[in-house]
Ligand binder design. Structure first.
Ligand SMILES: Nc1ncnc2c1ncn2[C@@H]1O[C@H](COP(=O)(O)OP(=O)(O)OP(=O)(O)O)[C@@H](O)[C@H]1O
Length: 277
């Protein structure tokens, strides 16, 4: 008797840690589509993974493995048949401004100028006009479009439009940026420039990014971690950390580690193709 025991520090359960540390948590997500004939097609089967805060996650996989479906579910544009997705610990139950989206098709409002496109979400959120101005000026400079602020989308190149889309998404200060083949429609030169721009902007904003691509070079150049998917049904086959130092420039493709990873990913994708045939 006598000494009063100090109240012990109780460690949060592991799952609580996971929710705090993981900006995105995909928990046993399955997605089934119904064909017009009533047949069920499993697009995603029990997919589970986490993306830690501030990480650049890249999803690669063969065509039809469910990469876009996964992003749409995370965006809240579709609902999983089973399982759940959490962003910042909150279950996704519909679209929300906590998730910024940049997709391949140019999704700018054609009737609004570059400036108006970027400020659109900020106005809707009711921010003061001086604050809106500061944010818009910052992101115009970030993506190098200050001189084009009064242009309309049809006056811009594809790369410039995607720069506006990135600025617009980041201006809303989302928890996570979802990017579905954002550079897929660009010529190879512009694509390389956009990759460097994105790395610079991401380095400054340190947002969590989930980026879908077919391009293995692009995946290794950008990612902290690569999620390799397999098809039929869509699932995560392998999660690979990219142990290449940042900042990364185009020369990185010559590094032995880059070549080793590229070979590893190609083998994983090749296995998947063989499983189908
Ligand atoms: N609305 C839908 N109804 C039925 N099936 C669908 C629907 N949307 C997608 N699918 C199917 O689900 C699977 C996954 O599609 P998804 O577009 O997510 O794949 P993906 O990996 O992004 O493909 P890609 O790389 O070719 O864009 C495909 O087989 C596709 O045909």
């Amino acid at each position: 008797m006598g000494t009063i025991a100090k109240k012990p520090y109780i460690m949060p359960a592991l799952s609580e840690y996971a929710e705090v540390a993981a900006r995105l948590r995909v928990d046993s997500v399955s997605l089934r589509y119904q064909s017009p004939k009533g047949e069920t097609f499993t697009a995603l089967d029990q997919v589970s993974f986490e993306v830690p805060d501030q990480q650049f996650a890249v999803i690669v996989g063969p065509s039809g493995c469910g990469k876009s479906s996964l992003l749409y579910l995370t965006a809240g544009l579709n609902e999983p048949s089973d399982g759940a997705i959490y962003v910042g610990g909150q279950k996704v139950e519909g679209p929300g401004s906590d998730r910024g989206m940049v997709f391949q098709g140019y999704t700018l409002f054609p009737w609004l100028t570059v400036r108006q496109n970027i400020e659109f979400g900020l106005k809707r959120r009711g921010l003061e006009s001086s604050e809106i101005n500061t944010i818009v000026e910052f992101y115009l400079a970030e993506v190098g479009l200050k001189k084009f602020s009064e242009h309309y989308p049809k006056q811009l190149s594809g790369g410039m439009m995607q720069r506006v889309a990135i600025a617009r998404a980041l201006a809303n200060d989302p928890q996570i940026l979802l990017m579905d083949e954002p550079f897929g429609a660009l010529d190879s030169q512009t694509r390389l420039q956009m990759q460097q721009l994105l790395l610079r902007v991401w380095g400054n904003s340190k947002k969590t990014v989930v980026f879908v691509t077919h391009d293995i070079d692009e995946a290794i150049l950008l990612a902290d971690r690569i999620y390799v998917m397999g098809a039929r049904p869509g699932r995560i086959k392998e999660i690979l950390d990219v142990p290449i130092e940042r900042p990364r420039n185009l020369e990185v493709v010559m590094e032995p580690e880059f070549i080793r990873m590229k070979r590893q990913i190609l083998e994983l994708l090749h296995d998947d193709l063989e499983e189908v045939h």
